[in-house]
Design a protein around this ligand. Structure first.
Ligand code: OGA
Ligand code: MN
Length: 289
């Protein structure tokens, strides 16, 4: 198969032109895609038309898939698909409606965080002029790490931090989300974990800032007030414009990202009756190194 990979004019990311994900992907094509994925961290495939099996099939070429802990948002027939949506059926949200409210990386609150995620856009909200709403921002946390002063890199290289899903939930509640639910059952499944503040990529070896706004409760091993200042300054640094690729969604986009050298944030600038519906598969990952 002949196809092109065009880097974005941004700190990371590239678009893959000429691959139809509804068809089987031969080994050579897959290997090129995988190399590009490791190199660019965010890959976009536009104008795709894939059903659930095809989405799962392509995702599985990268490895095993997660079943998300928030089981109320799983696709009813395909538990390895997480429904990301603001749509309601009666009182029930059919999907996770606040997936990316804070900067985060998927499943960083687990002992083995996700390697990557693949999001497929089925419905995209628009403003009155037809411009897409609900953009997603991707920051290169590896470029952000590289841009830190040497002294700061040295300071944070050896530090650990606590991550938890409960932290994100507490932030949602504090920010006035009255519908956010985190049951004891869910919380028990994902107790707080400790990861390094700086993660090394298992394939590229690149380091990245792993602490994130949504899921990092605190940096450990330094006095509390210093830890808070340090966390805030790292979060402010990693979310600077110069490291960000902003994705404007179109129906048919498949966007896949590496959860190690990136963080992402959803812009919630739409509301019903503007509908948003995406399907996500989530690649299992290994314990951070
Ligand atoms: C996700 C996520 C952001 C968005 O699916 O992991 O954070 O814009 N989504 O929906
Ligand atoms: Mn996410």
């Amino acid at each position: 198969m002949t196809f092109d990979i065009k880097p974005f004019d941004a700190a990371h990311g590239a678009e893959v032109h000429g691959v139809d994900l509804s068809k089987p992907i031969d080994n050579e094509t897959f290997e090129r895609i995988e190399r590009a994925y490791n190199k660019y961290a965010v890959l976009l495939f536009r104008d795709q038309k894939i059903n659930e099996e095809q989405h799962l099939g392509f995702s599985r070429q990268f490895g095993k898939l997660e079943v998300h802990v928030l089981d109320q948002y799983l696709h009813p027939n395909h538990p390895e698909i997480l429904v990301v949506s603001n749509i309601k059926e009666g009182d029930r949200h059919i999907g996770i409606y606040d997936a990316g409210r804070y900067w985060h990386t998927d499943l960083s609150y687990m002992k083995r965080p996700s390697r990557g995620s693949l999001l497929y856009a089925i419905e995209v909200p628009h403003d009155d002029e037809g411009n897409p709403l609900g953009d997603t921002l991707y920051t290169s946390s590896s470029a952000a790490y590289d841009a830190l002063p040497k002294k700061m890199r040295k300071l944070i290289d050896g530090l650990n931090a606590e991550f938890s899903l409960a932290n994100r939930h507490a932030k949602l509640i504090a920010d006035g989300d009255t519908e956010a639910v985190l049951s004891d059952k869910h919380q028990d499944k994902v107790p707080p974990v400790v990861h390094k503040v700086v993660r090394s990529h298992p394939i590229t070896g690149r380091k990245s800032i792993y602490v994130n706004e949504g899921q990092t409760a605190k940096i450990l091993g330094v006095p509390d007030d210093e830890a808070q200042d340090l966390l805030e300054s790292l979060l402010a640094h990693v979310s600077k414009d110069e490291f960000i690729y902003r994705h404007k969604w179109h129906v048919g986009d498949v966007l896949m990202w590496d959860n190690i050298p990136t963080q992402h944030l959803a812009i919630c600038d739409y509301e019903l009756p503007q509908r948003r519906l995406l399907h996500r598969t989530t690649l299992k990952g290994a314990e951070p190194i």
